[in-house]
Design a protein around this ligand. Structure first.
Ligand code: CA
Length: 360
């Protein structure tokens, strides 16, 4: 019997009489399993869960241990929400937008096209209504969420052919992360494919894919995409600052002691900041190596960006009509974004623009 149900049945007086209450400080050993959606080879994004588990173990003096399992090991990479919901595992490390098919609102917990950058996402989640609204929504799946990483603004993917105009997307079989960007790309004429990170290279090599996006220089180089598609576009306007999440089974979280709950929250915050810092530190060297290996790094044209923006707004309007959960959270996000864009236009943007034009 756990401490909570004991208190419920016996009442506080009864608990005090049995002497159970002081045992709060003698933490029992806790063993959890975490299902990741990512392949082990990616020390950045898969590594985020290992960083988290290491911190939990250290802060609990070794009493709280979480084993981390790669995508496919315990369940399919995209099966982890079901796994958490049905208590197969206590928690998962994944990108919420993978579960767009269950309800469009999942995408709002990580990234929507032309959404927030990493800084703004953290601001909305921590000091806006983001986390509160997302956890209200995730409660429908018996889950509670914590931010568990961010990649920063992503690159726009690898293409076997140059993208000279919007019409070049017509008929293009492209691997994209999640259903929302798939719907937007469909409006541009592309044929979206949802494939886990570990399987993209082969599909590009065989030509069953014409293009694929994953994250940015460091991960993409590791997965070898430059060997099978020479054109590397930017920015990934569908992922300005995608949040990676820890999803935890609500009952498993509620059964933790307050101390262990605080440990989980703090370790997640550590892993969240660590992932973005790692990507920022590693991406420049990888980008230089990719360019040295003859990758053609090109910006999407203004016309492509504008057509993509328009297509995104159409999909958002469709979602407003389809999902009340999406509509409520989306409106809050956009209101928050309006002020963020206004503020970022001043100090941050001017500083970045000036620094980008200097010789260091
Ligand atoms: Ca991506």
């Amino acid at each position: 019997m756990d401490r909570r149900s004991l208190i419920k049945q016996a009442g506080i007086a009864g608990v005090l009489a049995t002497g159970v209450a002081p045992a709060v400080h003698a933490q029992a050993a806790v063993r959890w399993r975490l299902a990741s959606s990512f392949p082990k080879a990616l020390d950045t994004i898969f590594g985020g869960a290992e960083v988290f588990a290491r911190q939990v173990k250290a802060m609990s003096g070794g009493k709280f241990e979480i084993s981390v399992h790669a995508g496919g090991e315990l369940m399919p990479a995209f099966g982890v929400v079901d796994g958490v919901q049905n208590s197969s595992v206590e928690m998962a490390h994944t990108v919420p937008y993978y579960f767009y098919g269950k309800n469009p609102a999942f995408a709002l917990g990580s990234a929507v096209p032309f959404g927030l950058n990493a800084r703004q996402m953290n601001a909305w989640m921590k000091h806006g209504n983001g986390r509160k609204l997302m956890n209200e929504f995730y409660a429908n799946y018996g889950m509670v969420s914590f931010a568990g990483g961010n990649t920063g603004t992503q690159m726009g993917g690898w293409y076997r052919k140059e993208i000279k105009s919007v019409s070049d997307f017509k008929g293009m079989k492209m691997r994209l992360g999640g259903g929302l960007i798939g719907e937007v790309m469909q409006k541009l004429g592309a044929v979206p494919q949802s494939i886990p990170g570990g399987e993209i290279y082969q599909a590009l090599e065989k030509g069953t894919l014409d293009a694929a996006e994953w994250v940015g220089p460091y991960d993409d180089q590791k997965l070898g995409f430059n060997k099978v598609a020479p054109f590397y576009y930017y920015p990934g306007w569908w992922e300005g600052g995608p949040e990676v999440d820890f999803f935890i089974n609500q009952k498993a979280f509620a059964a933790l002691s307050p101390e262990n709950q605080a440990i989980v929250e703090t370790a997640a915050a550590y892993a969240n900041a660590d992932m973005l810092a790692k990507y920022d530190a590693l991406n420049p060297t990888a980008l230089k190596q990719l360019v040295a290996a003859k990758t053609k790094v090109l910006p999407f044209s203004q016309a492509v960006m504008e057509a993509s923006f328009k297509a995104s707004m159409e999909v958002f309007a469709e979602n407003n009509a389809k999902s009340p959960e999406w509509k409520k959270i989306y409106e809050d996000l956009r209101t928050f974004q309006r002020d963020q864009v206004l503020w970022f236009r001043f100090a941050e943007m001017r500083f970045d623009q000036f620094m980008a034009s200097q010789k260091l």
